[in-house]
Write a protein that binds this ligand. Structure first.
Ligand code: PMP
Length: 285
């Protein structure tokens, strides 16, 4: 059976899973989304993802046409019908089809889409040897213009930075905020280890509050590692002992080079490796 995609309460074969070209999600990037993981049939931190989806929707005046409980059930039903235990889940809520103008009042039927698929992690080599990043010249969206806390369908800010990274031969790129501080990467949050402490930019640095980020902060605190959310600059990155990224798709991935400078010893560090092990224990028990 072909992969089944959930759209507005019905399941469709992947090839037939389509929405209107008048949907404002397509015309204007007007909508919100989530990316989640399931491990052994259980969705990792589902409640947190649903809270963030609902908050993103509220921030753009979008009413999701179902309850969180109904969404959770639809997610599990879609996983089940596709026989996926360990997978990636994409939730999308669009503004719905409307007229060829911005006015969201002239749209109807926000579309809820659930895609469950197999996960394409970064190649294993990156986890073993670590990633290389460059700093993108594209700064992260100014929080007073479009809050990076909203996980909206308009990802051009991150895509432009991603292109800069790819053109420099890097699969991820570091993004700075409007103050020139370290914000995050195009689809992952960033952490440093310096003098035995775990450091990561605070939410008000203009970042997406990653669910994996929060899980790693919990894990580190439980492990007795001093963890601080503080403003960081590229100086802090360059002199750090270790660096890694977090995200639902990437999980925890080491970074060994930024802007052609080796971080620490230029290999995945011991605290990073310990946190990767602890994250695996949490998700794969
Ligand atoms: N920052 C950005 C810009 C993202 O798009 C994502 C999600 N891919 C993350 C951080 C990581 O968030 P999470 O751990 O919730 O996947």
């Amino acid at each position: 059976m072909p992969l089944q995609i959930y759209i507005a309460g019905k399941l469709y074969d992947k090839e037939d899973a389509k929405i209107s070209v008048y949907d404002h999600g397509l015309l204007y990037g007007d909508g919100v989304f989530e990316g989640m993981r399931s491990y052994s049939g259980k969705v990792f931190r589902l409640a947190e993802h649903l809270d963030r989806l609902w908050d993103s929707a509220q921030a753009i005046w979008l009413t999701i046409p179902m309850t969180k409980e109904e969404m959770a059930k639809a997610v599990y039903d879609t996983l089940k019908v596709n026989g996926i235990e360990d997978g990636y889940i994409r939730l999308v809520v669009t503004r719905g089809a409307g007229s060829l103008g911005l006015d969201p009042n002239r749209t109807s039927n926000p579309q809820v889409i659930i895609i469950t698929d197999h996960i394409a992690l970064y190649p294993r080599e990156y986890y073993e040897k670590g990633l290389e990043l460059v700093t993108a010249s594209t700064m992260r969206n100014h929080p007073a213009a479009l809050s990076p806390r909203i996980k909206s369908l308009n990802y051009l800010n991150n895509i432009l930075a991603k292109i800069e990274g790819l053109k420099a031969g890097c699969v991820e790129a570091l993004m700075l905020n409007h103050k020139g501080e370290v914000a995050e990467c195009t689809g992952d949050n960033i952490f440093l280890i310096a003098k035995g402490e775990l450091l990561t930019p605070p939410i008000d640095a203009g970042i997406l509050e990653g669910i994996t980020r929060n899980a790693v902060i919990d894990i580190a605190r439980d492990a007795g590692i001093t963890t601080r959310e503080i403003s960081l600059t590229r100086y802090d990155v360059y002199v750090a002992d270790e660096c890694f990224l977090t995200g639902s798709a990437a999980e925890v991935i080491p970074v060994v080079k930024v802007d052609n400078r080796e971080i620490g010893a230029g290999v995945p560090g011991p605290i990073t490796q310990d946190l990767i092990r602890r994250f695996h224990e949490l998700t794969r028990k």
